[in-house]
Each structure stands twice: as C-alpha cells, then as structure tokens.
Ligand binder design. Structure first.
Ligand code: ADP
Ligand code: MG
Length: 623
C-alpha cells in the first residue's frame, strides 16, 4: 500500500485536534474563560449559561481588556500574552500560558470575543473567526473596559463530541463546580452565575477576613464552616491555609475537597495521600474527608505544564510537600478535643480586624485561620492524672479503682456526693466537658458544663483514650506491661501458636507476653498496663488472627497502629459497667487532654453538646 502524501493540516483541523484535549464539555470552556478573566485582573465576572452551556456560554469581565491590535491574535493558536520564553514557564504566575484555549474553542463552536482596553465604551471591538484557515474578522462593538467571551452551539461541527454531552442538568452541574473552585480561590472577585436567565449564585467580593470566610461558607455550605478546623501554617516559603472538616463531618463521596496550589485547583496523588494519611486514625471506614486548602509556594518549585487542562502538577520536591501537608493536618486533627466553647469553632471572626482589607484577602495574616492546634504535650498536672489512671495495679473490677484514684488526685469531688461542684465553681473553673451527673443505661455519661449539657459515649471515649495512650507509650519508652496474677491459657490453632512464637518480638512491642504451652495452646502471661480489666482473651485472639493474616513482620510493622486500635477496643470499658461519679469525671478529664478524643477509633463522635439555648428551643421556651 503506497503511503499517503504528507500535508500540513489546515488551521481549523489542527485546532480541533487540540480542542480534543482542552474542550471536553461546556464546563471546560467556562474554566478557560474564567482563567482568562482572572489573568486579566478582573474583579467582577458575570457568567450566563443557556441549556447547560451547549447553547450559550457568556463570560463577561471588567479586566484589562485586549488592545485593538492584539485582538485578532487572541484567537490564533499558540498566541499568548503571558509567556515569551521557556524561562517564563519555569515560574509561571498566570493561570493560562498555552495560548490555545480560544483557538481551540473557536474551532468547535461559534465564538465571539468582544473587548475594550480603554475607558470609552464606544471603542470596543468584536472578533470572530471563520473558515478552514480561521481567518479573523473584526468589527466595532461597544463594550465597557473589559472582555466578553460568547460561545454558542458548542460542538455543532463535531457531532461525535456533541453525542457525549450529558443532560442539561449534569452539564450545568459541572459548570457550577468549575465556578465554585475559582470562587474559592479568588474571594476578592465577585462572581455571578445565571442559568437560562435565572440567577443561581451571586458571590460578592470579599474585602476582609470575614468576607473570605463568608465566601467559603457560600460555596461549601454553613455545615462545613461550622464543623471545620481552620488551618494556617507557614514554614519557609511553604504556606498552607484553609479549613479541614472535622472527622465527624465526613462524606460518603469525595465531593467537598478543594486543594489549590498557588491559586490553581489541582488533583494530585501525592497531596491526596498526605491528606488521607492525616485522617487515617480518625475517619470512619469508607468516608471521605472534607477540605478547602491553599498551598502557596515558589512557582519555580512546581511544574504546571504537565497536562493540557492544567489539573495536574508536578512538585520538584514531593517528599517535603507531602510531609508539610501531612504534619500540618495531623497536628490540627490531633488537637480536636473538647474545648471550652462549642460555639466558636467555625472560624468566622466576630469583628473586622483593622487594616485587613487588601486586594487579596488571602495574603497577609489571617486571624481566622488560627488553628486550634495545641502542643502534643499535656500540662504536668494532667499528665500525672493520666499516669495514675493507667498505672494503678490491676484489680478485679478493672478500671474502677483507677478512676477513683484519679478523681481523688484531681480533687474533683469526694466521690460520694451525687451533685458535683458545678454550682460552687466559677464559670472559668468548669472544665470543657463539665462534671458528670449520671450514667444513662450503662452506655452514656450525662454531664453538665458551662454552656449546657454533655452526653458522652463512654466506651467510644475510653477506647480513644486507651488507643492514644498505647501509641504514645510505644513511641516513648515502649508499652508498659504487667503480669497477670493468674496466667491465662487459651486454645488456638497450631498456626497461631507458630505465629506467636515466631513473632514474640512484635507481641512484646504490643505489650503482650504470650508463650506456647502445647501444640494448640498458648499462655497469656503479661498484658499492657493500660488494658488491665479489659477482655484479655478476646483481645489476644484478635491480635493473633491479625498476626496470621499479615504474616510477615514487615506488613505487621505497617499495621501496628491498627493492632493497637484493636487492642484498645477490647481493653476499654464496656457498656453496662457501672461507673461512679468520680470515675466518670476522671474519664471526662482524660478526654480533655487526649488527642483526637472527639472521635472514637472508628471515627464516630465520642460526645455531643446541647447548649442551654438548644435546650430552650427544644422546649419552646422564650417563644
Ligand atoms: P492563554 O490564556 O494560554 O494565554 P488563551 O487562548 O486562553 O491563551 O488566550 C489568548 C490570549 O488572549 C491571552 O494570552 C490574553 O492575552 C488574551 N485574552 C483572552 N481572554 C482575555 C480576557 N478575558 N481579558 C484579557 N485578555 C484576554
Ligand atoms: Mg487562557
């Protein structure tokens, strides 16, 4: 077969091929248009959509506009005002730089670009392109300073593409998502979105921190802001700001996750991994964390020219970035524990800090982004209380006497009075979770604090405390063990006996001393102090079956935390165990000083607060 003759593609065809990568659906057009408007310094962007964007997309901005002599070039392929050399690309500060968006869109739709770079509206010009060579024609069209891009009948000449369009509603959903991302990244710009003539969103420009928080709330919803922890960390030229949802505000879909690198929204494996890792210990299985995060760094450290849609980036030093994100979020999440006021956690500042207004509210210090991160170290008094909680000798009744000891050490109450000292204590002396009043059905602790009542899931809370305690001991001096008064033998499989003998070392790290006592029998001799009083046999059985499942000590090493979590579950106070008031108070105090104590090891909440106002509302008081 003779080879076909080689010929140069005509301009339209070449552009259509490029469009294949850049213009997937109406939302892609909106994305490119918004990027151009933002690159032009617009402070106001109005978007009109008809029929999910397949009929009309109009994006109008008040940016710099395009000078008359440049207008025809704007529609040409490989024409950009944003970079001139490969060095520029090394540290590109604009969202666009490829110079092919408008040309690509023009090749698969009816596009007109109207612009004016001067103050007098009569000097506006409108550019369109036609034919195989995409020749540009320009005619006068009044337009205030700024630019309007109009794209009609997307894919009218590429039926194969048009077939891939989904319903109007779906396509509009994608457009909305694209706009949300830009609206989050640029709160100082106002955005207005209309669909089929009806206003859908109107986000006003933020001028201060409160405005920024309001923008995030407008885009992500009030529940997110109410249940998110503000993040702000700067280290060298790296900075990470924004909000992460509490583990209890997780979602079944990964649909409330926004990560910006230098203002560009991206999806990146490295970053997802770092975030997932930070939530590992606190998220319910199969749930997705929520976050709006802004990473800023020297543009030279990140390559944005990886993919035509610029959704992906490549970091020059991925490890450092990973570590920075992980440690920042990990610390913030570890600090999620009961605090004095349940109401002040949403990061919306009460007043406008003076001098906070600027062209970009993200820059400068963000008072709202003060993380509730506290240092891992507990105060000396708290530490010693915890110490006592776990260090007292095993007693038949399990933790009972331990709690009593702690309560006495803390001077909380005399242990026999049913009414705690809340009336006598000044408001500032009442601890965040208050004082215990009673146990409800052997499952919950009812307590009273400064703002109302608190309910605590006793098992869930104790489980988290035990787990954190075990991890901390392992990292410090090793998990402390104590011998059982009467060694306990258990019948197991021969494989488990073999695994136990082989992995003695691992077991000891976990605080367990277990010896073979026959072909299918083991003797439990020592267990972690922190687990005294728990269900020893079940705990060891679970650990053994994990040992057998993981097999090698390598794989076990990677799952040590999970093993400790399993152990904590069995070593923790079970439902229907009666606790005295001092025991309950000791548990509340332990929660207050334990990292991540807002959720149990499986990510479920450990406590809820009902404020007096909420209680009044329940009873229709004062209405
Ligand atoms: P790129 O954004 O990669 O430079 P585009 O094809 O998106 O390429 O745009 C080509 C050029 O047209 C831009 O470099 C810019 O100079 C100009 N332009 C496009 N849209 C606008 C706008 N809304 N305001 C000002 N200039 C614009
Ligand atoms: Mg562009």
């Amino acid at each position: 077969m003779p080879a076909d003759k080689i010929k140069i593609l005509d301009a339209r065809l070449a552009n259509q091929i490029a469009a294949g990568e850049v213009v997937e659906r109406p939302a892609s057009v909106v994305k490119e248009a918004l990027e151009n408007s933002l690159d032009a310094g617009a402070t106001r962007i109005d978007i009109d959509i008809d029929a999910g964007g397949s009929k009309l997309i109009r994006v109008r901005d008040n940016g710099s506009g395009i000078q008359a002599e440049d207008l025809s070039l704007a529609l040409a392929r490989h024409a950009t005002s944003k970079i001139t050399s490969i060095d520029d690309l090394e540290a590109v500060a604009t969202l666009g730089f490829r110079g092919e968006a408008l040309a690509s869109i023009a090749s698969v739709a009816r596009l007109s670009l109207t612009s004016n770079s001067v103050e007098s509206p009569s000097e506006g010009l409108c550019a369109t392109s036609e034919g195989r060579d995409m020749a540009v024609s320009i005619k006068p069209a009044p337009h205030p300073r700024g630019t309007s891009l109009e794209v009609r009948d997307l894919f009218y000449n590429t039926p194969a593409r048009r077939k891939f369009l989904r319903t109007e509603k779906t396509e509009f959903g994608h457009i909305e998502e694209v706009i949300k991302r830009q609206a989050l990244s640029r709160p100082e710009v106002s955005f207005q979105l209309r669909h089929n003539g009806r206003s859908v969103h109107h986000w006003v420009a933020a001028t201060d921190e409160r405005g920024v928080a309001q923008r995030v709330m407008g885009v992500c919803g009030q529940p997110f802001m109410e249940q998110a922890v503000p993040i702000e960390r700067v280290a060298g030229d790296l900075s990470l700001r924004g909000w992460v949802g509490l583990p209890t505000f997780s979602r079944s879909q990964a649909d409330l996750q926004y990560f910006f690198v230098n203002g560009r929204v991206i999806r990146d494996k490295l970053i997802s991994h770092a975030i997932k890792q930070a939530y590992r210990d606190v998220l319910f299985h199969g749930r997705h964390p929520t976050f709006v995060l802004f990473l800023e760094l020297d543009p030279a450290r990140v390559d944005v020219n990886v993919h035509p849609t610029k959704h992906e980036v490549r970091f020059r030093d991925g490890r450092e970035i990973h570590g920075f994100i992980f440690s920042t979020l990990n610390r913030a999440l570890a600090a999620v524990r009961p605090e004095i006021s349940a109401e002040d956690s949403n990061g919306v500042p009460d007043s406008d800090p003076a001098g906070a207004s600027g062209s970009n509210p993200w820059q400068g210090s963000l008072g709202i982004a003060t993380p509730t991160v506290q240092d891992g170290a507990h105060s000396a008094a708290q530490a010693s209380a915890l110490e006592r909680l776990y260090a007292s000798p095993v007693s038949g009744g399990g933790m009972g006497s331990d709690y009593g000891a702690v309560a006495a050490a803390n001077g909380l109450s005399d242990g026999h009075r049913n009414t705690p000292a809340i009336e006598e204590a000044g408001t500032q002396d009442i601890p965040p979770l208050g004082f215990a009043l009673a146990q409800v059905h052997g499952v919950f602790i009812l307590a009273q604090n400064a703002v109302g009542m608190v309910l605590v899931d006793m098992h869930a809370a104790h489980e988290r405390i035990t787990y954190e305690r075990l991890k901390q001991m392992r990292d410090d001096a090793g998990i402390r063990r104590q011998p059982l008064l009467v060694p306990q033998s258990i019948a197991v499989s021969s494989r488990e006996v073999a695994a136990a003998s082989e992995l003695q070392q691992v077991l000891q790290e976990l605080g367990l001393v277990v010896d073979a006592a026959g072909e299918e029998q083991l003797v439990i001799r020592e267990i972690p102090i922190a687990l005294s009083g728990g269900d020893v046999e079940t705990m060891v059985r679970d650990v053994l079956s994990d040992l057998v499942a993981y097999g090698s000590s390598d794989r076990l090493a990677a799952h040590m935390d999970e093993l400790l979590s399993t152990m904590a579950c069995h070593g923790s106070v079970r439902a229907n165990r009666r606790l005295t008031v001092p025991e309950m108070n000791a548990l509340l105090r332990a929660m207050e000083v334990t990292e991540r104590s807002g959720q149990c090891n499986h990510g479920r909440p450990t406590w809820v607060q009902l404020t007096m106002a909420e209680l009044d509302k329940l009873f229709l008081r004062g209405q």
